[in-house]
Design a protein around this ligand. Structure first.
Ligand code: ADP
Length: 489
């Protein structure tokens, strides 16, 4: 089948989080199953910078469809061979800054126009304009692409659509006046279509109009149907429950400690010795005392309330009271959280190292070199970093929520090494006290080498490859494709 996978970020062209990783690895897994997949991404400056001699111009978009001149480019996703279509509309996308925010962390004021235009371009292609082959199904991801299913319905295009919700908290809600500015049909601005409490909501439009809806773990699919975790959409999601499913993300082949080109020392479940060398390398690189016996605790994360960074900050006095703990963080986000973390760096410079910013290679080195990986998210649709950490023999400490609960088996103190099935450390309630208690349990386990070795081994044994999940997506696509009547013999 011919699939168009529409996404606002894809590794290694542009990445702010897990969506970029999934947008590379899921299409690759679908391709490995024999599907014909093409990606569509906005032509941000960093995406255009990847274009090379193999990039070709496929078509120009018609005057009036988009607010400024735009072309469709075709290139290849580095390291994958997958075709990528790029919406090259410089006025909307070719600018310094991130995909969604400027360099000061402020949302672009024209985000509604940018992503509505991206959706219009996608829907126009799905209609069959200018494409070398007919698109059988379009797979959209998050609010930035969620107008596509709605536009297809408004334009009477029968091609089925799937919307994957990677994070329900990001909804793309804008002032009602944008309906007219974006040239959307005014009669669709009501609570059964585009309207969410008086605003235009891209994500709601997608949830209402997509033929299939998925989210990225089975538990999160249940959680978002509750008032506590539904971000105002729980009623609508319950209404659409018959087409909503949770398919757990897999992890990309780039995240394999046996072959990871970003690590100074590769290792695997049968040759674990390289892990200790990565720990020494990380300590050296970050200017911390090189000591194999300290408990090196790492974090790589967006620094936001969702990720529970404040729980960690509130517990740090307590955690770092033990002189054998080193703490390293890579992340960026909330200015106050960044300030508090940096303060710890100056307070304990030989035990704490905070690196602000986005660094792909350092993220691999921290996940490989740490003993414990912290991911105490308040909510977590799936989470990839905890799966990377387990694969790299770095047991994660997580809150029992969403994809974290679906992927991490809790360590149970008191069990013998033989019966211990834990792959990480899990706390029940998102409170500093529970988090600290869980941390103490992890530290006690680390000081009991046979118990620690077993948890590390269990974690590395887990199989997070994409093949099963990709088959679930193919089964879903097949259910949505028009069924042709059997021809008589
Ligand atoms: P989310 O998508 O909610 O941010 P995930 O755990 O699903 O969380 O994915 C996060 C991805 O982004 C992982 O690949 C993680 O390693 C990466 N990441 C997060 N922050 C940084 C950073 N500052 N530098 C490099 N990689 C980062």
């Amino acid at each position: 089948m011919n699939l168009l996978f529409v996404t606002s970020e894809v590794h290694p062209l542009v990445k702010t989080g897990g969506l970029a990783d999934v947008s590379r690895s899921l299409p690759m897994a679908l391709h490995a199953l024999g599907e014909n997949v093409c990606l569509l991404v906005p032509g941000y400056r960093e995406v255009l910078a990847h274009s090379d001699a193999s990039t070709v111009i496929l078509t120009e978009f018609p005057y009036g469809l988009l607010p400024a001149p735009a072309r469709l480019l075709e290139t290849t996703l580095p390291g994958s061979g997958l075709p990528v279509w790029v919406l090259d509309c410089p006025e909307l996308f070719d600018r310094a800054g991130g995909p969604y925010q400027d360099n000061n962390g402020k949302d672009w004021s024209d985000n509604a126009l940018r992503f509505a235009s991206f959706c219009k371009a996608a829907a126009w292609l799905v209609q069959g304009h200018a494409t070398p082959w007919a698109i059988d199904l379009v797979h959209c991801n998050d609010w930035q692409t969620a107008l596509v299913p709605a536009l297809l319905k408004f334009w009477d295009c029968p091609t089925p659509s799937v919307l994957t919700i990677h994070n329900l908290a990001f909804q793309g809600n804008f002032d009602a006046a944008m309906v007219e500015v974006l040239d959307l049909p005014g009669k669709e601005f009501h609570p059964g279509s585009l309207e969410f409490y008086g605003q235009l909501s891209f994500l709601k439009a997608g949830i209402v109009h997509a033929d299939g809806i998925t989210t990225v773990s089975p538990r999160y699919a249940r959680e978002i149907q509750t008032p506590q975790m539904g971000c105002g959409f729980d009623g609508l999601l319950r209404h659409r429950a018959s087409v909503l499913s949770g398919i757990l993300n897999g992890i990309d082949e780039l995240w394999n400690p046996a072959t990871d080109v970003m690590l100074p020392h590769c290792y695997s479940i049968v040759r674990k010795s390289g892990k200790a060398m990565n720990k020494a390398h990380l300590q050296h690189k970050l200017g911390l005392p090189e000591n194999p016996d300290v408990f090196l605790v790492g974090m790589v994360s967006r620094l936001t309330w969702q990720k529970g960074i404040d729980l960690v900050l509130d517990a740090l006095d307590d955690l770092l009271d033990d002189a054998s703990v080193q703490f390293v963080v890579l992340g960026s986000g909330d200015a106050e959280m960044e300030r508090r973390l940096v303060h710890w760096n100056s307070r304990l410079p030989d035990r704490v190292r905070i690196t602000l910013g986005f660094h792909e290679a350092l993220s691999h080195e921290i996940i490989a070199g740490s003993d414990l990986f912290l991911m105490p998210s308040r909510f977590e649709p799936c989470g990839l970093a905890q799966m990377y950490a387990m694969t790299y023999g770095t047991p994660p400490l997580v809150h029992h929520t969403g994809g974290l609960a679906d992927t991490v088996s809790p360590y149970l103190p008191g069990k013998s090494s033989r019966t211990q099935s834990g792959t990480g450390f899990v706390f029940e309630h998102a409170h500093t006290y529970d988090f600290s208690e869980c941390f103490r349990m992890a530290l006690a386990c680390f000081r009991d080498p046979p118990a620690w070795k077993k948890v590390v081994h269990n974690a590395m044994k887990k199989d997070f490859r994409w093949n099963i999940a990709a088959q679930e997506y193919v089964a879903l696509y097949n259910r949505l494709l028009p069924q042709w009547p059997e021809l008589p013999e």
